[in-house]
Design a binder for this molecule. Structure first.
Ligand SMILES: Nc1ncnc2c1ncn2[C@@H]1O[C@H](COP(=O)(O)OP(=O)(O)OP(=O)(O)O)[C@@H](O)[C@H]1O
Ligand code: SF4
Ligand SMILES: [Mg+2]
Length: 346
């Protein structure tokens, strides 16, 4: 393998760090329309300056409403999109500086992605055995056909399916079983890091719980590190060590899971948390998340949450808050740092 890019200083316990990560998309009308209609070029800031780290063996969850940039972050980390700005540093290596295909393949083996819709991500014309074996072939991880079959059988058993399932096609399985197949496929290259983008959102609640439990068991058995993405704060409470809350392309709060649930600081986190009283058993009535997400093409000035925020003032409308440490969490809110928000335990 050719020389790896230079090492970046990174805290030794961190497997992944993203620093000031940003991605804009050009969503302009086609050139001819712009000329004829005088329409300006338009860019959308899907992710706008996000920084966080994930320690080895940890699960960091990212939550937020549809369109806040969760999947874009997943794709930036896995190299499916190039960042407009910022860095993705995996095990001390700046991913932007990985030049050769051989080096990129070596990193690709170490991180894998699991998607929301297991059916769309499994080739319907391939038998399950071939689907799971594909990364083994790609990374040269099995030398003989016998070795390949044995490895596929053991991966199927790891996800609590049976070795005979290798002969079947994806349509012969339920949604939950298909997600188990995706997980077996992701695990086949012996990765250290899994990016899971809404892996249980398409499943019934009881099946969701089974998959979450399986993912927790696999994390322990295989020493995995997870980035777990969900729009559902209740789901992440079962699996995450820390939770990052996103709003319109930015992280507004990041805190250990218990801290975030018992003492949500940011008004948006408070809004999300009070919509799920069954988690905290407080018995309070469910309050739906109020207001609409603003148009990302024309985000509000200052703090993007100000049109929905009960604590907004003139400073909020003018000045964008940066994430700053606050008592065990990091939070981007003027009112929290000015101590003018009641820190109600929910
Ligand atoms: N390829 C693209 N081209 C143009 N705009 C995009 C592209 N991908 C995402 N976006 C926009 O970027 C923003 C963030 O999208 P993203 O898919 O990351 O959100 P999300 O948090 O994953 O949402 P969801 O919960 O619906 O999956 C959205 O406004 C989306 O429309
Ligand atoms: S900065 Fe202001 S508008 Fe934004 S969340 Fe805090 S109080 Fe609300
Ligand atoms: Mg998404």
């Amino acid at each position: 393998m050719s020389a790896l890019p230079e090492e970046k200083p990174i805290a030794p316990e961190n497997l992944l760090e993203v620093r000031d990560l940003a991605r804009t998309f050009d969503v302009s009308r086609p050139w001819l329309n712009r000329v004829l209609e005088g329409a300006p070029r338009q860019t959308l800031k899907a992710v706008d300056g996000v920084s966080f780290s994930i320690a080895r063996g940890e699960t960091l969850a990212l939550v937020g409403e549809s369109g806040c940039g969760k999947s874009t972050i997943a794709r930036l980390i896995c190299g499916l999109y190039a960042p407009t700005r910022g860095e993705v540093i995996f095990d001390g290596h700046d991913m932007a500086k990985v030049r050769s295909r051989a080096d990129m393949l070596a990193f690709r083996r170490r991180f894998q992605m699991i998607f929301q819709d297991p059916y769309a991500s499994l080739n319907p014309r391939w038998r399950v055995g071939k689907i799971i074996a594909e990364p083994l072939r790609q990374h040269g991880l099995a030398q003989t056909e016998d070795e390949m079959r044995a490895r596929v059988a053991s991966l199927l058993e790891d996800v609590r399916l049976s070795a005979q399932d290798a002969e079947k096609f994806p349509h012969e399985f339920s949604g939950g079983q298909r997600q188990r197949i995706s997980i077996a496929r992701a695990l086949s290259s012996k990765p250290e890091f899994l990016v899971c983008d809404e892996p249980t959102s398409a499943l019934d609640v009881s099946v969701q719980a089974q998959i979450l439990n399986l993912m927790k068991d696999l994390q322990r058995e295989h020493g995995l590190t997870y980035l777990f993405i969900s729009h559902n704060l209740a789901v992440v409470s079962h699996i995450a060590n820390r939770v990052g809350v996103m709003y319109l392309g930015r992280l507004v709060e990041i805190a250990p899971t218990r801290t975030l649930f018992t003492r949500p600081l940011h008004p948006y986190t408070q809004m999300l948390a009070s919509a799920i009283p069954d988690i905290t058993m407080s018995g309070k009535a469910r309050t739906p998340v109020a207001g609409e997400v603003p148009n990302p093409l024309d985000p509000p000035s200052g703090c993007a949450f100000h049109p929905r925020c009960p604590h907004a003032n003139e400073r909020c409308k003018a000045e964008r808050p940066e994430p700053l440490p606050f008592d065990g969490a990091e939070v981007a809110c003027h009112a929290v740092h000015e101590r003018r928000i009641p820190l109600h335990a929910i």
